[in-house]
Design a protein around this ligand. Sequence first.
Ligand SMILES: Nc1nc2c(c(=O)[nH]1)N[C@H]1C(S)=C(S)[C@@H](COP(=O)(O)O)O[C@H]1N2
Ligand SMILES: [Mo]
Length: 399
Amino acid sequence: MTRTTVTEWLDRHTPRPERFSTATRSTAVTARVGTWLGACFALAFATGLYSHYSQLPNPTWGVLTGPAWLYQVTQGMHVASGTAAVPLVLVKLWSVYPRLFLRPPARLRARLLDVLERASVAVLVSSALFQLGTGLANAAQWYPWNFHFRATHYALGWVAAGSLVLHVAVKLPRILEARRAPLEARRAPLEAGAGRGGPTGAPALSRRTLLRATYAAAVLAVLTTGASGIPGLRRLSVLATRSGTGPQGVPVNKSAVAAGVVAAATDAAYRLIVNGPRRSLALSRGDLEAMPQVTVSLPIACVEGWSATGEWTGVRLRDLVALVSDTGGVVHVESLQTGGNSRSSTVTAALAAHPDTLVALALGGEPLDLDHGYPCRLIAPNRPGALQTKWLATVEVQA
Ligand SMILES: Nc1nc2c(c(=O)[nH]1)N[C@H]1C(S)=C(S)[C@@H](COP(=O)(O)O)O[C@H]1N2
Ligand SMILES: [Mo]
């Protein structure tokens, strides 16, 4: 083959935007789906930041002690917005991917800008897909990686947010123009990338139908995976990773067997160690039961998106704190469990003093199930589930 025939052959077989033949794929669709996608990412970013700061050992903000359901609602929105974004991102990428094959501009300056723009879109697409992929896997409790999920998801959240802001800024004129123009192409498609449609130029699938199907898919994805937390909609959640049932009506994330605490938690010699500046105590479950009991209605709101509300009965943490400390302060609790990410947690001074923060002994009027943290567990308002430590071994008031 001569050089020219190779070039010709390559040229004939290289995908070009104009060789993708449907008028359904258009800026009109891209801009509309993109707007919703941007809204989902903005919501996921804001609620994700809130969740991240709520889980820091000693956060300086994001630790409002109420309302009790705040974290439940923000984390539900976080997982819901990420789930809704999946069908949106697929349609959005489908609507623009022929642009990958645009020929680079000839002039040097334009070519440099083109490379920069492609690089920024590559960062946006890969970080966005990474966030959705790891988030979904986390919601399904599947960890096929060995990095720290929260730290990585948090860092890439900033990368995705930054590249999204840049992308919107660069595309804003086109977005506004496309959103103002009518959705359907009147005749033969005018835009680049909207090639042959048929004799009349009418696409097989109208843009309106595509948009409706995309939005319906987003709503369906949320309802089938995440509606278990919304009263009355639980039965729609056929794909939920948590059924909403478990001992005492609350799902279990890690069972006592999986945590390796069965022997220690059922040992008659069990004592809860309460340490403070003033003294140290060892309390049996009987000792805890003999203290004043209160019942509060509080949710377990897991970072993975499920939540369930229970009636918890037990001793106020502040009453225990008062036994060993004159002033109160930050409280650190540890579990009988010897390994695992959720074996300990820190309670801010404000939350430790809150009347609804309990060392719970019972759930729904019955002694705590072993899987819910028997002999006793921490339960506090507006707190990520991962910090509601089960099978308490020590409660330590820090000076
Ligand atoms: N010791 C210990 N406590 C723990 C966990 C754990 O793995 N170990 N999991 C946490 C997580 S991630 C959640 S969502 C809640 C779930 O509580 P439940 O199993 O009683 O519903 O417990 C928290 N407390
Ligand atoms: Mo959790």
